[in-house]
Design a protein around this ligand. Structure first.
Ligand SMILES: CCCCC[C@H](S)C(=O)N[C@@H](Cc1ccccc1)C(=O)N[C@@H](C)C(=O)O
Ligand SMILES: [Ca+2]
Ligand SMILES: [Ca+2]
Ligand SMILES: [Zn+2]
Length: 315
């Protein structure tokens, strides 16, 4: 087997052409050799490998490859390309070496199951469904979704927030916040405070799965008074995240604040202060302390964090 890094391309879920870093491998199949261009990106300090489950559920499945430098699998094209974008974000903004800060291989699997309208981090890798064409297109087509999933990986090596009730809603919220920060970093022209909009309900315009700016737009709470006490969805982690999500939006859009300052505060809290059992109040304290560390006691930044969490009912 001989491998060498080459540049290829492919069309993404939304029909756009993306340049891809591929691995040109000569394999022996019985008594003949075949040259494969595999979705294995060796150009960064962390290897990025993209697999297909071929609509089954065994993980990671098989590496996506082509006999030419064109990858003819839109879901794989976007999963492969956007994983690199998210790696570059964490490296550029915080000097972080990928998911574990040790340049572990970044693995994604696309075409998981059938008509699967979801995506997840399974503790070791990212997994994406194809959607069902009505509720969503293939989920790897949304950069904010990929950033959401890869941030779960980062969380696992840092705070490792328990995926239940308030710590679980925080876990979801940090993934939504960094999903939004990363969309701003990479696609300022497509930046918004909503989640999944690029692939959500192809037949309906201007909608998304969640909004950080106005969680109530999609039926999620934006204040502690409306916290959903439920046992479903691990204590409503995908709805109650609206409360810290709203706080994040308020922080970033407060006077004197920027997304660049907000993401530094959030990253420092995730790495230095949050723990597995942190609840919303602990998150408020962690984020205020992070802002104090970075910008000073009683700073505009620290006060913006305090005011935002109080505005959503967390004192
Ligand atoms: C087995 C199901 C596991 C769901 C948990 C994953 S991390 C998750 O939160 N997935 C995101 C995907 C996403 C993200 C942003 C925008 C759109 C969709 C999620 O929010 N899933 C929703 C649909 C859910 O599981 O309720
Ligand atoms: Ca978005
Ligand atoms: Ca839509
Ligand atoms: Zn999630």
């Amino acid at each position: 087997i001989r491998t060498v890094s080459v540049t290829g391309s492919g069309i993404g879920v939304l029909g756009d052409t993306k340049t891809l870093n591929l691995d040109k491998v000569t394999v022996k199949i019985r008594n003949k050799t075949e040259t494969q261009y595999q979705t294995n990106d060796l150009t960064r300090s962390a290897v990025i490998t993209t697999y297909t489950a071929n609509n089954a559920t065994r993980l990671p499945g098989s590496i996506v490859y082509s006999l030419s430098q064109i990858i003819n699998d839109p879901a794989a094209v976007d999963a492969h390309y956007y994983a690199g974008v998210v790696y570059d974000y964490y490296k550029t903004k915080f000097g972080r070496n990928g998911i574990d800060n040790g340049n572990m291989t970044i693995k994604s699997t696309v075409h998981y199951s059938r008509n699967y309208v979801n995506a997840f981090w399974n503790g070791s890798q990212m997994v994406y469904g194809d959607g069902d064409g009505v509720n969503s297109l293939a989920l790897s087509g949304g950069l904010d979704i990929i950033a959401h999933e890869m941030t779960h990986g980062v969380d696992e090596y840092e705070a490792d927030l328990i995926y239940k009730d308030q710590s679980g809603a925080l876990n979801e919220s940090f993934s939504d916040c960094f999903g939004t920060f990363i969309e701003y970093f990479a696609q300022k022209n497509k930046f918004d405070w909503e989640m999944g909009e690029d692939v959500w309900t192809p037949k309906i315009a201007n909608d998304a799965l969640r909004s950080l700016q106005d969680p109530t737009k999609y039926g999620d709470p934006a204040h502690m008074n409306d916290y959903n006490y439920t046992t479903s969805d691990n204590g409503g982690v995908h709805t109650n995240c609206g409360i810290p999500n709203k706080a994040c939006y308020l922080i970033a859009t407060s006077s004197g604040m920027t997304i660049e300052k907000t993401e530094q505060i959030y990253y420092r809290a995730l790495v230095n202060y949050l723990t597995q059992s942190s609840d919303f109040k602990a998150a408020k304290e962690a984020l205020i302390q992070s802002a104090v560390d970075l910008y000073g006691v009683n700073s505009v930044e620290a006060n913006a964090v305090k005011a935002a969490f109080e505005a959503v009912g967390i004192y």
